[in-house]
Design a protein around this ligand. Structure first.
Ligand code: HMG
Ligand code: MG
Length: 341
């Protein structure tokens, strides 16, 4: 049903910033999260607890988490903040902040407003769907090829799954949802464009069996095309994976992200990752550029009758602002066009 609600997972503060060479001030990162929280977005990936030797830009993510707890952005609806981590060390660093604030995470927001307005998604009744007003989730990540997994996390695919076991167990103890990324699902910078969709499906099944709450299938390199996306989704469905358990994460390196997103929408996917202003890239995927711009995705989905709850004008302003802050061109065409209206 095209009038369905589509959830946009805004990964700009993490995927969008991690590849920036110049150190970005903590205040700018926090301001980005706060501005995004006022656009109607309901899920924001706000940072990552990875090794600062590998990704220096993400080194102060614990301070972002701390800030979210102390001064939660004043959104008129609940927001889920996600944090990426690769191993138990990352989880330890995360939990040392999380545990000291977990008791204060309830009821930080006022009750959601009664009517969402014409262009908005359904009002979230937090008591019905069982999330607290300020929710935190973890993201873990592996990949569909051995070479990419080695380059990104210095281990094999099998070892990456082993690393997740204690993370999953502790996340369940802490009552935290876990999303799991599968990188290079539609092409690998080291092993080429033809990644076996069955490999992606097998990994997704393993991750769900381990307890992942959602799989984000990632086209890290932007090598995905409409037919490849359709084939991958058919393979995932044939493996028994439900669309509700999936998110799609497109990078726009070849300009195919929107086309691929529409293919995925038609297949029944209702969760999509995107970065405001088209920011982003993975430091371990040479030549890969930003995520699909959130503004472009929102504009496209609204044109198809889907609801995202996102205010495109407010979002476009954030895209323009952060691009200026980073001294890079705004990569969102819909964002620029919206502001020029
Ligand atoms: P390693 O070097 O094998 O790790 O890296 P190690 O266990 O040998 O530890 C080496 C040092 O790092 C030690 O410090 C550890 O304490 C420290 P030392 O004793 O030398 O002082 N360390 C850490 N410090 C802070 N936080 C941690 C942590 N772990 C170890 N979590 C490791 C292995 C996994 C740590 C490393 O490869 C890593 O951090 N990789 C992350 C790479 C990354 O962030 N990539 C980008 C995110 S994924 C992505 O963008 C794709 C995605 O968007 C989807 C898509 O588009 O494909 C999600
Ligand atoms: Mg990515």
């Amino acid at each position: 049903n095209r009038s369905d609600f589509v959830r946009i997972v805004e990964v700009g503060p993490r995927d969008g910033l991690q590849n920036e060479k110049k150190s970005i001030p903590l205040a700018t990162k926090i301001e980005l999260v706060e501005r995004l929280a006022l656009t109607g977005l309901k899920t924001i990936e706000a940072g990552s607890f990875v090794s600062p030797k590998w990704v220096p830009q993400m080194a102060n993510s614990s301070e972002i988490l701390e800030h979210i707890f102390k001064h939660p952005p004043k959104a008129p609806h609940p927001i889920t903040y996600q944090f990426l981590l690769p191993n138990v060390k990352g989880l330890d660093n995360f939990t040392s902040v999380w545990e000291s604030h977990a008791s204060s995470k309830q009821d930080t927001y006022p009750t959601p407003p009664p009517s969402p307005g014409a262009d908005e998604g359904p009002v979230l009744n937090t008591s019905e769907i069982g999330i607290s007003s300020l929710d935190i989730e973890l993201s873990i990540f592996t990949a569909a090829t051995e070479t990419f997994t080695q380059k990104n996390t210095n281990c094999s695919i099998t070892e990456s799954l082993k690393r997740f076991e204690p993370i999953m167990a502790r996340a369940k103890d802490l009552d935290l949802n876990v999303r799991a990324y599968i990188s290079v699902a539609l092409g690998c910078p080291y092993e080429g464009p033809n990644v076996d969709p069955h490999k992606v499906a097998n990994l997704a099944v393993s991750l769900l069996e381990m307890g992942a709450d959602e799989i984000s299938v990632a086209d890290t390199t932007g090598m995905g095309t409409a037919p490849k996306t359709a084939e991958l989704l058919k393979t995932l469905t044939a493996a028994g994976i439900e669309n509700n358990d999936l998110a799609l994460h497109f990078h726009d390196t070849y300009g195919q992200a929107l086309v691929n997103s529409v293919v995925a929408l038609e297949h029944g996917i209702r969760t999509f990752d995107a970065a405001v202003g088209g920011l982003g890239g993975c430091p371990f995927s040479p030549g890969a550029t930003g995520n699909v711009a959130s503004e472009d995705l929102v504009h496209c989905f609204h044109s198809l009758g889907a609801k995202t709850g996102v205010d495109i004008e407010k979002l476009s302003e954030v895209g323009e602002w952060i691009s200026r802050e980073l001294g890079r061109p705004n990569e969102s065409r819909a964002g620029k066009a919206t502001l020029a209206r």
